[in-house]
Design a protein around this ligand. Structure first.
Ligand code: ATP
Ligand code: MG
Length: 425
């Protein structure tokens, strides 16, 4: 953001409260515009999330709702506001802008300032696009475009108009009282505001897939908590460190969720002793979703989320996924079911989780994994193995010993135990 063009100070006309005019950020709403009667609820959630993202930004801020646009400003550098807003799911674009009173003179002065500062000394082709949300404004949009274009050409040397392939497009949005001018726009994350679709519990391993699945779930409006199964006491804590770092990264996109860490090693051994053999991996996965389903009741989650992609590995055949679903008491959402591995890795890079996922770890799934995993686990055989354990007791013991961590909530650098999740009353 350091190469951002300087934002010109707005010139307010006499009598206006110029103190509140000046730099701001325009946030275009994403899918919310499709929501008829419910739009108010979605917008409220979006603004709540924006406020959370602005915590600690270093000064007072304000949020204002215009038509399908949120305007953000405050006593904070514009770059910082842009940086925070770009993490908030639910905005299609984020544009640094300047806000001026809706009078012809002030808009013209701001347009001249803006293009003057953007263009500097090099020759630049520009276009002006006007959107008049206030139809009472004296000039139509196209007349206003022509008027502003002419005034800018008169005032700034080295510019030429190009309406087909401009170097810079100055967008001018005229509301009844105020007008916004912007000439730079960053893509937003789109999607629905986190929390507007409810709450989910993500089964978070250390790989590439589950963090991307979590991010996709958030983009469909799900607030996420996380559960990670380690192979403790038979593995080192490296997978927990990775899950912690991944959850912290994912929590940058939402009001931070908790990370529950469950030591699965002993239960994995019990399944092996019970004769799981080639069913070991699917039996473990069933135990994971059983445990996660019980945990979800405590965290208020209405669905589980996994990073499964159909056929990616032997445990993810249709038969095996169906066998896993059968053990869950909540819907199991699999946002990546149709994704290729490369698509998943590319997405992991763009959301910032790839560099954590690539680190080596001791994963619980490789512990006790049979040389050949069954690709067609049958329920009767799985049940025969599972009957040799008291599953309810196993799940209860796993959750009783689980730890709850709060990645990103108080800037802890190391995973620190803060307690266990209480059972519902
Ligand atoms: P990932 O890249 O997310 O680890 P994967 O390609 O390695 O996925 P699997 O190991 O078969 O695939 O896991 C499938 C899904 O099961 C994961 O995406 C995750 O949601 C869940 N899962 C697997 N192992 C764990 C674990 N140790 N803790 C929590 N969830 C897990
Ligand atoms: Mg894995």
């Amino acid at each position: 953001m350091s190469d951002n063009p300087r934002v010109p100070a707005a010139r307010a006309s006499a009598g206006d409260s110029s103190a509140s005019y000046g730099p701001c950020v325009l946030l275009k709403h994403g899918e919310i515009f499709l929501k008829g009667h419910n739009r108010h609820r979605f917008t409220k959630q979006l603004h709540d999330n924006l406020r959370v993202a602005l915590h600690g930004v270093g000064g007072s801020t304000w949020i204002k709702l215009a038509q399908n646009v949120t305007v953000l400003g405050g006593q904070v550098p514009q770059e910082a506001l842009v940086e925070r807003a770009r993490r908030v799911i639910g905005f299609n674009s984020v544009a640094p802008a300047v806000r001026v009173p809706s009078t012809l003179d002030t808009i013209t002065a701001a347009a001249v300032d803006a293009l003057g500062s953007v263009c500097g000394k090099r020759p630049v082709r520009f276009a002006v696009r006007v959107r008049r949300r206030d139809k009472k404004f004296p000039l139509t949009s196209s007349r206003m475009e022509a008027y502003l274009g002419a005034r800018v050409l008169e005032a700034v040397a080295g510019l030429s108009v190009d309406l087909t392939a401009p170097d810079v497009t100055l967008a001018v949005e005229i509301d009844r009282k105020e007008t916004y001018l912007s000439w730079e726009r960053y893509p937003g994350l789109g999607g629905l505001p986190v929390g507007s679709s409810g709450r989910a519990l993500v089964l978070l391993s250390g790989g590439y897939d589950s963090p991307v699945a979590a991010h996709r779930a958030m983009r469909r409006g799900l607030a996420c908590d996380f559960v990670h199964f380690s192979g403790a006491p038979y593995t080192n804590p490296s997978s927990v460190y990775k899950a912690y770092a991944l959850a912290r990264e994912l929590n940058r996109y939402q009001q931070p969720g908790d990370l529950h860490v469950v030591a699965l090693g002993k239960a994995q051994k019990q399944l092996a002793v019970a004769g799981a053999g080639r069913l070991q991996v699917v039996a473990q996965r069933r135990l994971m979703v059983r445990t996660a389903s019980a945990l979800a009741v405590r965290t208020g989650a209405q669905a589980l989320v996994t990073g499964d992609s159909l056929g990616q590995v032997a445990s993810q055949t249709l038969a095996n996924l169906a066998a896993v679903d059968e053990a869950a008491t909540l819907p199991v959402l699999r946002p990546l079911i149709g994704w290729d591995k490369q698509e998943i890795i590319d997405e992991a890079r763009s959301i910032g989780t790839a560099e954590i996922s690539v680190l080596p770890d001791e994963d619980c799934c490789s512990l006790l994994a049979p040389p050949r995993v069954s690709t067609r686990a049958r329920l009767p055989e799985l049940r025969t193995v599972e009957r040799r354990l008291d599953l309810d007791e196993v799940v209860e013991a796993l959750l009783g010993a689980a730890r709850v961590l709060r990645p990103g909530q108080d800037d802890q650098e190391e995973p620190t135990t803060v307690g266990s999740c209480p059972a519902p009353a």
